[in-house]
Design a binder for this molecule. Structure first.
Ligand SMILES: NC(=O)c1ccc[n+]([C@@H]2O[C@H](COP(=O)([O-])OP(=O)(O)OC[C@H]3O[C@@H](n4cnc5c(N)ncnc54)[C@H](OP(=O)(O)O)[C@@H]3O)[C@@H](O)[C@H]2O)c1
Length: 278
């Protein structure tokens, strides 16, 4: 157990699986009391049990962030359970979400657009609105929001997701203008390709084409793991980052510095080898 977050209370939204789960576990190992939340209560309780088994403290609150009342109740649960809130991690939103996938602006339904905006953007606004007054009462706090490399570079067919993720940049940065002098620091992490669960990791390992993709698309030679993002979140939430406010921290293993002209010859060479081409 570490002590980088000793005495702190952290709410990690979307922590029943993937990146949020890794953040909740790491924060607990560093001494924070953690609120785990998401729609899948059984998974949330499992994360809590794992944290407690390792000597940490955590509680689970089931919430669906399509409802803003549920977002407010989640923050209030953290305050009522632990009496304070020092760290808010805005992470909830399924990366694998099918809503709106592959649709152009002409095809995407308003309802799908609204759901994406609710869970990804409005819930973050509401969570901050509910958490910040409580943080200010106790002298400040750290807010870490999970964006995406798609906050910066859109992907075709990902309109609503990309709009959510780019909107989070200025939501995160703005908080520093309004509350920085009162002790709030807010920063954004832009993850790249993170293999967010063991089943997916096995699938990638078993598929030669996916293995090539994992190796070549990042300059570090592998896809990311939830813990890669958790360690960045720990840094930004901790006192080590006390002079960092408004950062947009890309954590992508070099994905976004590789252009097509760089990848193309590497891919060609690998495919030739794979398919035994001359
Ligand atoms: N994996 C990647 O490659 C990648 C890359 C860039 C950015 N990201 C971002 O990283 C974050 C976590 O993604 P992940 O890859 O770890 O995916 P994940 O395993 O699907 O985790 C998403 C989390 O968000 C929660 N969530 C989703 N919809 C919700 C709702 N309506 N109400 C409450 N909670 C909800 C899920 O909980 P329940 O299902 O239990 O509700 C889950 O805990 C997301 O913001 C994603 O956009 C991921």
């Amino acid at each position: 157990m570490g002590e980088r977050l000793a005495g702190k209370v952290a709410l990690v939204t979307g922590s029943t699986s993937g990146i949020g789960r890794a953040i909740a576990q790491l924060f607990a190992r560093e001494g924070a009391r953690v609120v785990v939340t998401g729609r899948r209560q059984a998974l949330g309780e499992q994360v809590v049990a794992e944290i407690v088994a390792q000597g940490g403290q955590a509680s689970c609150f089931r919430a669906d962030f399509e409802s803003m009342a549920a977002v407010r109740e989640t923050v209030q649960f953290a305050l009522q359970t632990y009496g304070r809130l020092d760290i808010l991690v805005n992470n909830a939103m399924s990366h694998a979400v099918d809503w709106g996938k592959g649709r152009t602006v002409v095809e995407l339904g308003e309802e799908e657009w609204d759901r994406m905006m609710a869970v990804g953007l409005k819930a973050t606004f509401v969570a901050c609105q509910e958490a910040i007054p409580a943080m200010l009462r106790d002298g400040g706090g750290a807010i870490v929001t999970i964006g995406s490399v798609r906050s910066l570079i859109p992907a075709r067919g990902g309109l609503a997701y990309d709009v959510v993720k780019s909107g989070l940049i200025n939501l995160s940065r703005q908080l520093n203008l309004d509350f920085g002098r009162q002790g709030i620091r807010s920063n954004l992490i832009c993850p790249g390709w993170i293999i967010n669960d063991p089943a997916r990791a096995e699938k990638v390992a078993a598929d030669p084409l996916l293995r090539i993709k994992a190796e070549l698309l990042q300059t570090v030679g592998r896809a990311g793991r939830p813990d890669d993002i958790a360690r960045a979140a720990l840094f930004l939430a901790s006192e080590d980052a006390s002079f960092i406010a408004g950062a947009v921290l890309v954590v992508d293993g070099g994905l976004t510095i590789l252009g097509g002209h760089e990848i193309q010859p590497l891919l060609e060479e690998r495919y030739r080898r794979l398919f035994a081409l001359p």
